[in-house]
Design a protein around this ligand. Sequence first.
Ligand code: SF4
Length: 455
Amino acid sequence: MENKRAAFLSLGCKVNSYETDAIEKQFKEDGYNIVDFGQVADVYVINTCSVTNMADRKSRQMISRARKNNDKAIVVATGCYIQTAKEEKIRKELKIDIAVGNNKKGSVLKAVKEFENSGDRQIDIININEKCEYEDTPIEETLENTRAYIKIQDGCNQFCAYCVIPYARGRIRSRQKSSIVSEVNNLVKNGYKEVVVTGIHLSSYGLDFAQDTYSMKDYCPFKYEYLLEVLIEINKIAGLDRIRLGSLEPRIITKEFLEGLKKVTKLCPHFHLSLQSGCDATLKRMNRKYDTDKYLESLKLIREYYDNPGITTDVIVGFPMESEEEFEQTEVFLSKCKFSMMHIFKYSRREGTVADKMSGQVDEKIKSERSHRLLKLTQELNKEYCQSYINKEVEVLLEESITYMNKQYVSGYTTNYIKVFVPADNIVGDIRNSLVRVLITEYIGENTLMGQNCK
Ligand code: SF4
């Protein structure tokens, strides 16, 4: 008898992708053949997202697509859209067989087997306000070739006004150090040389391990010692060359934290420091818990400890009541920060959030115009940053073969996350997953440089 086929689709963030990889691993180990989502499968698993109303719509569309692909398949939906949707809606409107709550993703295979045996439609949505433990769903490989994302934390206690995540994923939960180290060991055995340590709110890692309570008013309300312990332990793993950090909160950046990070010798000098707005009044309305002074201080500190680090960020334009003057403050602030890259998002309403109920929603046309202005600024800042590497030697972790202007190249990333093309005939030996030294010769476009392999 032929093996059963399972297809997976992950929407939204890297944490979702990580969890989808973990679910897929269980199906593979159970003998399933993994097929593309567009193909006919016996089981479809959609890991949904709910970050905006648009993400909700996409989640519903993908569920319908799975059902269309094979009317007889078992369709499983999990993730933030499922977690926040009303149970009645799930039962009446979604053509799924199984709904799995965010903290039960490790039980998807089990739920499918039970469904097959009983034929009963199961709705398993956990109450996210209950105190729940971190759900361990380890992976050994990922869809990315050389870089593995590892999830070490779930949930968020920050309640930013525009975000549904604290409702969808519940309170913070941290993964045990031993489980993280064991996962990285397995990934390294499978050939991965770089790991990205990630979480829903990574800076909160370990807060649930700490005995003492913390106050939002504290200068650094995070228990970064736990994160440092994990990083120092991973740093010892032979065969692992690079450790990258996921998004951090500016408040975690202190001298003490950076002193600790310097001991993590494999850490890439690439920091994603979430900003969202460069205007204090807007930050306050967003319920972000830092101001622009603190943010600048964090940038200054990082630059004292690391030479020309890559610093990336996220910015939301058109948050409710954002006036032209407020937006201009953001624009000026962003230029001052000299980011290597910025991700610009137009504010998008999400039902169930505080911001959705705010007056002064900004017109879509104005949002687009502001977004264009910041995208232009991003290009300028990114070009300036990339060009600072011309005639310098950098280390590149090679990832894939590509064709550019009819010629063959191998591309990879520097430690500070700039893409580099190296002529393929320059590479001796394994073109994938090798670390090479490259002399940068020119800037060729968005976040991309050209170089020659140093022999
Ligand atoms: S920090 Fe804010 S934006 Fe990030 S997950 Fe938590 S509530 Fe959402």
